[in-house]
Design a protein around this ligand. Sequence first.
Ligand SMILES: [Zn+2]
Length: 157
Amino acid sequence: MRVLDASGILRSGLDFSDSKYLITNGVREEVEQENARTAVDAAVERGFIQVREPEEDSVAVVKDAAKKSGDLEKLSENDISVIALALETDSIIVSDDYNIQNISRILNIKYEKTFHSGIKKKLNWIRVCEGCNREGKGDVCDVCGSRMKRVPSRTSP
Ligand SMILES: [Zn+2]
């Protein structure tokens, strides 16, 4: 099953017949676009979307993880409910929200990004020697003479 937040609903193409979807009441109310509301209501009526609230226990787990990661104040009650619902139903979250994605990773919840490319890692490239592993410049290592290869730097600013 897939749990949608408001961004997930809007990016779904408003066709919910391809999977089983879950939303919370809060997310349902958050959808303001008229065509999206109509599509959601129709999908709920036809059973493609179930409206459900998470248990208090899962909400507590999510809040705890968010507090530790520093995401808590950036998450709305709706966001927390979405994550908690995915956690307890072992569902995939469909969301554009960076903080939702971050907590999902921490709690090992699968998520699908929708429109944006999700968490963007800023990669810096450096050259490292294939022989002695030294960082350097150019195509050939000036310490051991081996080839230099380009690798992404993990310690980017
Ligand atoms: Zn070298």
